[in-house]
Design a protein around this ligand. Sequence first.
Ligand code: T3D
Length: 266
Amino acid sequence: SEQLIQIEQHGAVCLLRLNRPEALNALTAALLGQLRQALEAAAEDGATRAVLITGAGRAFSAGQDLADPHVAPSREPGVAPKDIGHMLDHYYVPLALRLRSMPVPVVAAVNGVAAGAGANIALGCDLVVAGEGASFIQAFSKIGLIPDCGGTWLLPRLVGRAKALELALLGDKLKAADAAALGMISRVVPDAELQVTAMALAQKLAGMPTRALAETRRALDDALKLEFEPALKREAALQSQLGFAYDFLEGVAAFMDKRPPEFKDR
Ligand code: T3D
């Protein structure tokens, strides 16, 4: 079947490239299924220590494919509307959850426009690097929908309620530099340097203590739900576990021996 996600292994980095460039990598059920499968495989592959997601062609992703028969409303009179909630339940919800619970860090290299669910897939990654020509559009309001694929949760946490509402209500295009200025993404680099920079970042993460990185994401996400004291106790519980792990022993030993560490836990 058609390769809607190109998978390339670069050492310990698994590169996933959304691959429907003729439709700006608009998300069909088939593409979303392959993306989730690829993430599942990367999560299970002990040799993969970071994932990098990018788009083929001039866009990252134009979001849900609006021509997909799973979603596209019929223009015929009298035809009952479809329940597009099924698309969320079966594709976007599991995908967003999978991204957020990967045992390895996930980097997004946003190479062009990221609209709708395409934007929120990028924003759901751990580090988001964008090319100067990239942009983010919460396109949902323009077609009568609300931000999905985690948008309502992610946006206010990334940029605060006021800016989140501005982006979500107006659905205007936000340039990469403005997204970085808002703290919505990590960095912006010249377009020609995007893939190399993002891969270098993913490789750097892949050489770090993977398990501690995954627990860091978890601790931060948990802390958002907690008061200060329970958050401190959660840190203590997670830290206690990491204290028994190989990577802590190795990290301290390497520091003392003034040599590069070789981390193994995942
Ligand atoms: O439950 C559910 O499933 C609902 C879930 C919703 C999640 C969502 O993601 S909703 C939001 C969906 N996305 C959009 O509304 C964005 C629609 N696209 C655009 O606004 C523009 O295409 C862009 C701003 C992304 C890019 O503009 P531009 O001028 O660079 O390119 P273009 O000419 O508009 O698009 C190029 C082609 O891609 C074009 O096809 P053609 O004319 O060359 O044959 C265009 O139709 C196609 N395309 C772009 N976006 C989509 C798409 N085809 C299907 N679905 C798309 N989302």
